[in-house]
Design a protein around this ligand. Structure first.
Ligand SMILES: CC(C)(COP(=O)(O)OP(=O)(O)OC[C@H]1O[C@@H](n2cnc3c(N)ncnc32)[C@H](O)[C@@H]1OP(=O)(O)O)[C@@H](O)C(=O)NCCC(=O)NCCS
Length: 354
C-alpha cells in the first residue's frame, strides 16, 4: 500500500539518500546531485510543497512543486521541481501517484498548467511524463565553457560591478532583452536588488555591467555560485568526456588545458545568470564573457554555464568561446485551456537546481 503525504523535516536524510541513489540519465550518461539540505532550494520560492510516498512504513520517493504567478498576474502555473523514487521501489507506479497528487494540489490552487525540465538522456523520466500527458515544449540549451586559460580583456569597454545608484540601467536592459519570453516577469529596481541579495551564492558583488565609450550600458550578467544549495556531478560520465579527460591529462604536462571532472567528482561551476546585451553590440557581451572567464579562474572554478532558450542571441556570442552544450527539455501539461507558447522561453534560474 502506497500513501502520499506531506514530508516532515525528520525525513531529510532519507530523502537525500534517495537522491544519491537516483542519478538522472541513462546507463551511458547520468547527472547526480549532492545536497546538504533537501529543503534549502525551496526557500528561494514563495509557494512550495514537498510530498513523500510511503510504502510499508518507509519513504520510497518524493516530489516537489512550486506555484508561480504568470507575468500578467492573471493566472498561476506550477513547476514540478523534482520527482525521485528509490530504485528498490521503481516501476510500481509510485512516481505516477506522486505526480497525480502534486497536480491535484496545484489544481486546488487554480493552476492552469504544470511544467518540468528533463535532462535529455533521462528517457525514463521522459516516458513517465509523456505517459501522464505531458508534451515536450522546448529544448533549453546549457552551454558550458571550460575556464582554464586567462583571456585578453578588451579596452573598448569598461566592466564594473553594479553601481546601486544605476541599477535601473541593468533592469531596463534585462527587461528589454527578455520581453516577450514566456514566464518572464519584468523587474523593478527593488525586485532585482532583492533577488540579488536573496538568492544564496549570488549578491550585487557578483553582477557586472559593461559600458561602451559613450558610457551607455551595453551588456550585463551575474555569476551565481549555487554550490551552497547543490553540487552536480556525473554519476555516469559520457565516454567522450572520459576520452577528452585522458587526452588533456596527457597534454597538461606541456600546456594549459581544460579540466574535466572524474566520474563522481563535483563540478566546479559558476552559472551565468541575468544576462542581457544590446544586440547591436555583441562584442560587449563577448568582452563580459572573457571577463567572467578570468574571474572563474581567479575563483578556482573550472566551468561557466548559461541556461538559455535555443534561439537566445547569447548562444551565438558564446560559440566564440567553444562551449560544450547540453539540453534539458521543458515538458508541460495543461489543466485548463491551451498551453501558452513556450517560444521563446525564459529560464528562471532558481529552477535549474536539479
Ligand atoms: C523517473 C522515475 C521518477 C520513475 O519512477 P517510477 O516510480 O519507477 O515510475 P512509475 O512506476 O510511475 O512509471 C510510470 C511509467 O513511466 C515509464 N517509466 C518509468 N521508468 C522507466 C524506465 N526506467 N524506463 C522506461 N520507462 C520508464 C513507464 O512508461 C512506466 O509505466 P510502466 O511501468 O507501466 O511501463 C525514477 O526512475 C527515478 O527516480 N529516476 C531517477 C530520478 C529522476 O530522473 N527523476 C526525474 C527527474 S526530476
Amino acid at each position: 500500500m502506497i500513501s502520499i503525504r506531506p514530508f516532515n523535516d525528520r525525513e531529510d536524510q532519507r530523502m537525500l539518500e534517495i537522491e544519491r541513489l537516483c542519478p538522472q540519465g541513462d546507463e551511458k550518461c547520468a547527472m547526480g546531485v549532492d545536497k546538504k539540505d533537501m529543503i534549502a532550494r525551496y526557500e528561494m520560492y514563495d509557494n512550495w510543497d514537498v510530498l513523500v510516498a510511503e510504502k510499508d512504513g518507509k519513504v520510497a520517493g518524493w516530489i516537489g512543486l512550486t506555484i508561480k504567478i504568470t507575468p500578467e498576474q492573471k493566472g498561476k502555473y506550477a513547476y514540478i521541481t523534482e520527482v525521485m523514487v528509490d530504485p528498490a521501489f521503481q516501476r510500481a507506479g509510485i512516481a505516477t501517484k506522486l505526480i497525480k497528487e502534486a497536480e491535484k494540489k496545484a489544481q486546488e490552487m487554480d493552476v492552469d498548467y504544470a511544467y518540468c525540465y528533463i535532462y535529455e538522456p533521462n528517457k525514463a523520466s521522459q516516458f513517465l511524463f509523456e505517459k501522464i500527458g505531458y508534451s515536450r515544449m522546448r529544448g533549453i540549451k546549457f552551454p558550458v565553457i571550460s575556464t582554464y586559460k586567462k583571456l585578453d580583456e578588451s579596452s573598448e569597454y569598461s566592466i564594473k560591478s553594479i553601481d546601486r545608484e544605476k541599477i535601473g540601467d541593468a533592469t531596463g536592459l534585462i527587461n528589454e532583452y527578455n520581453s516577450g519570453s514566456v514566464h518572464f516577469m519584468p523587474f523593478t529596481d527593488q525586485t532585482f536588488e532583492s533577488r540579488l541579495r536573496f538568492i544564496p551564492g549570488y549578491g550585487p558583488e557578483n553582477f557586472w555591467v559593461v559600458r561602451n565609450k559613450e558610457n551607455k550600458i551595453a551588456a550585463c550578467a551575474g555569476l551565481w555560485d549555487s554550490s551552497e544549495l547543490a553540487h552536480l556531478y556525473y554519476a555516469r560520465e559520457p565516454t567522450a568526456m572520459k576520452v577528452m579527460k585522458s587526452i588533456f591529462g596527457a597534454l597538461s604536462h606541456i600546456t594549459k588545458v581544460p579540466e574535466f571532472p572524474a566520474e563522481g567528482e563535483h563540478f566546479k561551476v559558476l552559472y551565468i545568470v541575468d544576462c542581457a546585451f544590446d544586440k547591436r553590440q555583441p562584442n560587449a557581451m563577448l568582452a563580459l564573457l572573457r571577463h567572467l572567464n578570468n574571474i572563474s579562474i581567479d575563483r578556482r572554478q573550472d566551468f561557466l554555464m548559461a541556461m538559455t532558450d535555443p534561439e537566445d542571441s547569447l548562444l551565438e556570442v558564446m560559440k566564440k568561446l567553444k562551449p560544450q552544450t547540453e539540453t534539458w527539455n521543458v515538458f508541460a501539461r495543461s489543466f485548463e485551456g491551451d498551453l501558452p507558447n513556450f517560444s521563446p522561453f525564459y529560464v528562471d534560474i532558481r529552477d535549474i537546481i536539479p
